[in-house]
Design a protein around this ligand. Structure first.
Ligand SMILES: [Zn+2]
Length: 225
């Protein structure tokens, strides 16, 4: 899944109002953000195989350290643990654990059975939503649209940058998704990895735009006596 993960990050802002959208995007996309690094280091592998599924030409034949269930549980604990240590926000850490885990669940919904349970496992999970282009478009589009709607309702811009940066963010994601959906297959696995690294820019953008927005119902910082 691609923009569905961003939909989860946007929606999670309502549950974790003190957590920046940047951190939520980093969490929702975490294993997809370390995956290109593992590809470039040769730790994991992907092949271009047009027709692998109706939606993606990528054959994810070896990615147990980023995308096995056990690895994702481990990344979720690491992510939430570091956040708790740095921010001292236990609730935010709990939310982030679920957001990191949501990645695996959404991938398990969309991928064909290529997600191992743990590194070395021969059991692969995947419900194969990607075998249907219309259903992928409907389901992923709906998750993303719902996330945009929830974030837009839960927060308000502090200034003009706050509304424009959010609008551009949502529009850019939708355009990237359409290019991904209707565009030609990538030329090489290396190109996939570099494009994947480019997704880090969206994390920084999310941090920046979230700083220009605030919760509509900001809870009082100190209890009223
Ligand atoms: Zn993924």
């Amino acid at each position: 899944m691609f923009i569905g993960h961003f939909g989860v990050a946007l929606a999670a802002k309502k549950a974790a109002p003190r957590t920046s959208l940047g951190t939520l995007v980093l969490a929702a996309q975490f294993v997809d953000l370390i995956w290109p690094i593992f590809l470039l280091l040769g730790i994991e592998q992907v092949a271009i195989s047009p027709g692998a599924t109706a939606v993606t030409p990528l054959d994810f034949f070896f990615y147990p350290f980023s995308h096995s269930l056990l690895a994702d549980v481990g990344w979720a604990f690491l992510f939430a643990g570091i956040y708790k240590l740095v921010k001292h926000d236990a609730w935010g850490a709990v939310c982030l654990w679920f957001v990191v885990m949501s990645h695996w669940l959404l991938d398990a919904l969309s991928h064909r059975p290529d997600l191992p349970l743990y590194p070395g496992s021969s059991t692969y999970v995947g419900l194969g939503l990607w075998n249907s282009r219309p259903w992928t478009f409907i389901v992923e589009g709906a998750i993303f649209a719902l996330g945009v709607w929830i974030y837009a309702r839960a927060t308000r811009p502090r200034d003009r940058a706050g509304s424009r940066a959010f609008g551009f963010f949502a529009a850019l994601l939708a355009i990237l998704y359409l290019i991904n959906f209707f565009g030609p297959p990538p030329p090489s696995a290396r190109a996939v990895a570099w494009a994947g690294l480019g997704m880090w820019l969206l994390v920084f953008w999310a941090y920046w735009l979230d700083g220009h927005r605030e919760m509509r119902t900001s809870p009082p910082l100190t209890p009223i006596p």
